[in-house]
Ligand binder design. Structure first.
Ligand code: PMT
Length: 401
């Protein structure tokens, strides 16, 4: 199974003789299902060409912070938000020092500063440089700030020295990243997630629906799988690729989603309603295509659909944690809080769907995770990074019960 399926990786390549191994790392990541964008520092380009990295990653290589054309296509902030993971390999002593200082005068430094994605740093340098207190202090600082340091290996070096400072083999870097991302925090738990829109037919060719792409719900499913949970995904019609290992239940109407959700929720520890459920359906569905004829208007009587999440949250027994999503355009927090109460939820994630950059059918999302006790702001980032942050909060609350 591709362990890194659909994860967006930024590979930062810096000035080191080991830069050629970044080519192998990129190939390994892609073999493991990841999407890769490469940032090369000036020093890296002395050792390996951007063309090589472009051919292997399948994407244009990012080089300059102040290139107006590149910034117009995907600027450093977009890159930082696109990333689910940032790995700097090889990381030279100079780059490590720059990351510690929080320098933003090159593209790699700016991206690392601007991203919410987890940072992996694989050092490569001469053994004396690695052993120096300055480097060791820098490594400790990065590690204390949450970066994962991978390696280095010890052995004979390109400069003829023998000692610690060799870049970890690319396959070991990929393995270590995959192991770190797979937390096991939800091992033994069953999580049920709804995703995408529902559709309510009007006649054989028309239906009522909404703009949900399913990306948020599918990202949550991936995050739950990565946390080791048995994961059931009840999905309306979408174009997303289901994550490997998920139990997928495709549905169409709200009543289909209602039936599937109630049955799956019976064994669930957590139920997450990320679907944009159509609240009303036509009272009757025409057997034949409705013809316009000469009509200048048409009446369509709608009747209410069941509320899936409210039914589950008030059921006996109910999943220990029930989590809704509130898609709002104004008074976001007040409406979300009201839904938390009315639907008897444990958490609700409030997202502002008036912002075209986030929410419906976008790669990014952000908002506020609200429980009865507290509000946790979650910055705009890729849906997978956000999903992992939400899942981490939910698994903690489950442990605390
Ligand atoms: O799918 P994407 O393109 O990635 O977009 C993600 C998203 C914007 C759809 C997602 O982040 C989101 O906000 N989902 C909830 C959308 C919504 O319908 O919100 P709501 O405020 O109408 O409903 C509140 C909660 O009740 C939701 O958890 C919803 O799933 C649930 N509900 C609503 C109506 C209903 N009949 N049954 C329900 O279970």
């Amino acid at each position: 199974m591709p362990r890194l399926f659909n994860r967006n990786f930024i590979v930062g390549v810096t000035g080191s003789i080991a830069a050629y191994k970044a080519a192998e790392l990129t190939r390994s990541l892609i073999r493991d299902g990841a999407n890769v964008r490469v940032i090369m520092t000036e020093g890296a380009r002395e050792f390996i060409t951007p063309l090589t990295m472009q051919a292997l990653s399948g994407n244009e290589v990012h080089i300059d912070l102040l290139d107006t054309q590149a910034e117009a296509a995907m600027g450093h902030i977009e890159l930082a938000r696109w990333a689910d993971v940032v790995v700097v390999a090889p990381a030279s002593a100079d780059t490590i020092a720059r990351l510690v200082q929080g320098r933003a005068d090159d593209l790699l430094g700016a991206c690392v500063l601007a991203t919410k994605a987890p940072l992996f740093v694989a050092p490569a340098m001469n053994q004396e440089m690695w052993a120096k207190k300055a480097t060791q202090d820098n490594i400790q600082t990065l590690s204390e700030r949450g970066a994962t340091i991978l390696g280095p290996d010890a052995g004979s070096q390109a400069c003829g020295d023998i000692g610690a400072g060799r870049l970890l083999e690319p396959d070991h870097i990929v393995q270590a990243i995959a192991d770190t991302l797979t937390t096991g925090a939800l091992a033994g738990r069953h999580i049920v997630i709804t995703a995408g829109p529902t559709r309510e037919p009007i006649c054989p060719v028309r239906y009522i629906s909404n703009r949900s792409s399913g990306k948020m719900g599918y990202a949550l499913a991936e995050a739950c799988l990565n946390a080791g949970a048995r994961t059931t995904l009840i999905s309306g019609p979408v174009n997303c690729e289901p994550p490997v290992g998920v139990e997928l239940i495709p549905v169409e109407t709200t009543r289909d989603m209602f039936d599937a959700s109630l049955s799956a929720a019976a064994t669930a520890d957590i139920f997450i309603g990320a679907a944009a459920v159509v609240d009303f359906r036509p009272e009757s569905v025409s057997k034949d295509k409705i013809k316009r004829g000469g009509a200048s208007s048409m009446d369509l009587k709608l009747i209410a659909n069941p509320d899936i999440i409210a039914t589950i949250a008030s059921g006996h027994p109910r999943p220990q944690v029930v989590v809704g999503f509130a898609a709002e355009t104004h008074n976001i927090v007040a409406y979300a809080r009201a839904k938390l109460q009315e639907k008897a939820l444990d958490f609700i994630f409030a997202n502002d769907v008036s912002d075209q950059a986030i929410g419906f059918d976008s790669e990014l999302n952000g908002g506020l995770l609200i429980s009865r006790e507290r509000e946790t702001p979650m910055d705009v980032t890729s849906k997978l990074v956000l999903a992992e942050a939400i899942v981490a909060e939910l698994s903690q609350s489950l442990d605390a019960l």
